[in-house]
Design a protein around this ligand. Structure first.
Ligand code: AMP
Ligand code: GLY
Length: 418
């Protein structure tokens, strides 16, 4: 066992998966979480501290003599958690607030992409609703409207018609449906193709490219129904050939790392590039996130061999050795089990049966995303309740394993994509 004590910041399925990967790392002695969840508290010590309470997190780090902090969600880093920790000499995995603008401001990331020739949809920025409406009326095709700031994944409207686009402009810019996050909008061309993402761990200068992943945002099979936070993911994506990955590296990832460095805001932490691959096979950048994807990372981490905690530490210190992790020749698939009512108003408190049986399926891990513990029972506690991950030598087998395990779990109102 190693000597490193690690804190994970966050509470969802992504953070549960991060805890598992850190715990597997040979450099790690202990893992704790803030705030964590009921499901996490059955395995790791959880501290009831809000992710935006940086002062309390810092004193936890001091008190527990922690050696590394790994951040889960975007909000804490956008609000400067990593800056605070690093200023106090704590190794923290994640970007500075300035570097986190790649996600926190669509205007920043679009203009940045333009400055460095990164392929992204042609766009215009508006703060004036009248000017935005005039622009939209002159378009031949329905555009994509994006609120500038963080909107919990709801600030993008892929419009179906010019009328629809106009109503999105009104909602975001005029009526401020997302508050100040909608004080500016990006209006961009809609790109057709296949969507996927790639996550890279960076130290400001070097990067370690993780296997590609594809998530499934719509609630129902056949990509029908409401948009969700993500109903499942798999990794790697067969469409991501070596040649395509090379293009993504050369055209998107490397210019980004280099550009941020040149602008004096080196990017450390996870850069998540949401990509559209056109029918011709050219990658376009749709968005950046500055943290691991949820549920993408649940399907990516099981493919990594080596000391994940060490990789995070090296990134935090600006001394990444990209061979610290190897990518196994395996496949992983993650299915989200959602609760009654998700993604609308969800019912919680339904008793969950069969987790142990599911975990007994070879190659399967059950990750808690939104569960609660009532006495000795695990019950539903959120919209996305469990993530069932199957790992195997082939994608088909990973899928079979995950679904065999899903079949063993039950709770009232449970639903998932097939
Ligand atoms: P974003 O948060 O910017 O990734 O946008 C959310 C979703 O909107 C993406 O995952 C895509 O499905 C879609 N999207 C965003 N931008 C475009 C675009 N330019 N063309 C087509 N779809 C887009
Ligand atoms: N699953 C998409 C995201 O984490 O942003």
């Amino acid at each position: 066992m190693g000597s490193r004590n690690v804190l994970v910041v966050g509470s969802g399925g992504r953070e549960y998966a991060l805890c598992l990967a850190l715990e597997r790392s040979s450099s790690v002695a202990s893992v704790i979480v803030a705030p964590g969840s009921a499901g996490m508290s059955t395995r790791w010590k959880c501290y009831d501290i809000k992710t935006l309470d940086h002062t309390a997190l810092l004193s936890l780090v001091d008190r527990e003599k922690l050696d590394l902090v790994v951040n889960g969600p975007e909000a804490p880093v956008v609000e400067g958690l990593v800056d605070t920790l690093q200023q106090h000499g704590v190794a923290a995995y994640g970007p500075s607030a300035a570097a986190a603008r790649l996600e926190a401001s669509k205007v920043f990331s679009k203009k940045f992409s333009q400055r460095y020739g990164i392929p992204t949809a042609p766009f215009q920025v508006f703060t004036n609703p009248t000017a935005a409406r005039t622009y939209v009326r002159r378009l031949d095709r329905a555009p994509v409207i994006k609120a500038n700031g963080l909107c919990a994944g709801k600030g993008v409207v892929v419009s179906e018609s010019i009328e629809h686009a106009l109503s999105a402009v009104d909602a975001i810019l005029e009526r401020r449906a997302f508050g100040d996050a909608g004080a500016a909008i990006v209006i961009e061309e809609r790109i057709a193709g296949e969507e996927m993402s790639i996550q890279v761990m960076c130290d400001g200068e070097r990067m370690l490219v993780l296997p590609s992943a594809q998530d499934h945002k719509r609630l129902g099979d056949g990509d029908e129904g409401a948009n969700t936070g993500g109903m499942g993911a798999y990794s790697p994506v067969p469409l991501m050939t070596k040649a395509l990955e090379e293009k993504v590296r050369k055209q998107i990832l490397e210019p980004t790392i280099k550009g941020m460095q040149e602008e004096g805001q080196p990017f450390r932490g996870t850069l998540f590039a949401g990509l559209m691959i056109t029918p011709k096979g050219d990658p376009y950048l749709l968005e950046f996130n500055v943290r691991f994807g949820d549920p993408e990372v649940q399907a990516t981490l099981p493919l990594l061999e080596g000391d994940f905690a060490e990789a995070c530490y090296q990134c935090a210190k600006g001394e990444l050795q990209p061979d610290v992790l190897r990518i196994a020749d395996k496949h992983a698939l993650c299915v989200v089990l959602a609760s009654h009512g998700y993604p609308g108003s969800v019912r919680t408190g339904d008793r969950i049966l069969g987790i142990k049986d599911a975990e007994a399926v070879p190659g399967v891990t059950v990750i808690h995303a939104g569960t609660r513990k009532i006495e000795d029972e695990i019950v539903t506690g959120g919209g996305r309740v469990l993530n069932v991950v199957g790992v195997a030598d082939t994608l088909q087998e990973a899928r079979d394993r995950a679904y065999e395990a899903c079949g063993k779990i039950s709770f009232e109102g449970m639903h998932y994509r097939k």
